[in-house]
Design a protein around this ligand. Structure first.
Ligand code: MTE
Ligand code: MO
Length: 311
């Protein structure tokens, strides 16, 4: 893991945009080549957003985590339990063709290649914090589109209340799946209103390039106010379901990893505090922010809920 410090975000973006959707107009064709020219339209900046950036303590400057750190410090148990080995072990993952099944309680189920799916929705760059339940964090420039754009096209049936996501199951390519300590494939879930929140992204790029395999190519979820394990990689299935789905880490240890997994400095993991975090590339610790700093945007989703019970 590299220790060199990142570039101050302030040098790149204006303060009022800090920590929230940096909506940059990008040309997919410039990233992927001519196959993506169809999607190379510029998107209008969104006005009248109901979301406002969360204020952050002035003394805590967020800086972009260096690309090498993002790409060489990975949790991806399908390949390795050791963060530094994932990039090398995942490098030959075949990410094209890649079928994604979108099914369940929808009027318009489909199976679609990931490349085709991502050309359907305008790309945005979003700089988000990622806070792992283990106590480390990064600041990552993702490329993708809000999941809610895709959900709108599915004709969701009214008894659908959750979205369930599944990672590829292929033990020949993913040797970690030969371990019987876990129930494979990796699965995750969100409540439908969480999935529809504008911060919830389907991501296909990082640092202005397509996702490398270790980052969850060709398509992953990113839910920035939740612990990193909710941000499931290399998705092959997205299902609308009625009941709260089982999730990989809750199935492994229900007492330690809940369904909600909202970043919360006030609720300790049974074996360690969540009050502080190590920002990759920095020395020392910094305080962890409620909902990872996205409290103003997402707290309404959990009004009236006991966040200790629903951890
Ligand atoms: N399929 C799959 N998705 C996964 C994981 C995994 O092991 N398998 N690890 C999760 C965890 S614990 C974290 S912190 C993030 C790490 O994402 P990164 O490697 O892009 O930083 O991915 C999440 N998504
Ligand atoms: Mo994590």
């Amino acid at each position: 893991m590299t220790q060199k410090s990142g570039t101050p975000l302030n040098d790149h973006i204006t303060p009022e945009q800090l920590f929230f959707a940096r909506r940059k107009f990008i040309r997919l064709a410039a990233i992927f080549g001519t196959a993506y020219a169809l999607a190379a339209c510029e998107i209008e900046p969104k006005t009248g957003l109901s979301l406002t950036p969360t204020a952050t303590p002035a003394n805590l400057q967020d800086t972009l985590t260096p690309e090498e750190s993002i790409n060489h410090f990975n949790n991806y148990y399908e390949f390795s339990f050791s963060k530094n080995d994932v990039a090398d072990l995942a490098k030959n993952l075949k990410t094209s063709p890649w079928q994604v099944e979108i099914s369940g309680l929808v009027g318009n189920p489909m199976t679609i290649d990931a490349k085709e799916l991502i050309t359907r929705y305008p790309a945005e760059e979003r700089i988000y914090r990622l806070r792992c339940v283990e106590g480390w964090s990064m600041v990552i420039p993702w490329y993708g589109f809000p999941l809610n754009r895709m959900l709108k096209d599915l004709d969701i049936q009214k008894d659908a209340r959750y979205v369930r996501f599944t990672t590829l199951y292929d033990p020949d390519q993913m040797p970690g799946q030969k371990s019987s300590s876990f129930e494979w494939p990796y699965v995750e879930g969100l409540r439908l209103d969480e999935a529809q929140h504008d911060l919830t992204l389907l991501v296909w790029g990082v640092y202005q390039k397509p996702l490398p395999p270790q980052e969850g190519a060709p398509l992953r979820l990113v839910v920035p106010w939740k612990y990193g394990f909710k941000s499931i990689k290399s998705i092959v299935k997205i299902e609308l379901v009625a009941e709260q789905p089982a999730t990989f880490w809750s199935s492994y240890n229900q007492a330690e990893y809940g369904f909600y997994a909202n970043v919360n400095p006030n609720v300790a993991h049974p074996r360690w505090s969540q009050a502080n975090e190590y920002r990759v590339g920095e020395t020392g610790q910094r305080p962890t922010l409620m909902f990872n700093g996205y409290e103003n945007e997402v707290a309404f989703l959990y009004e009236g809920m006991d966040l200790k019970e629903n951890f």
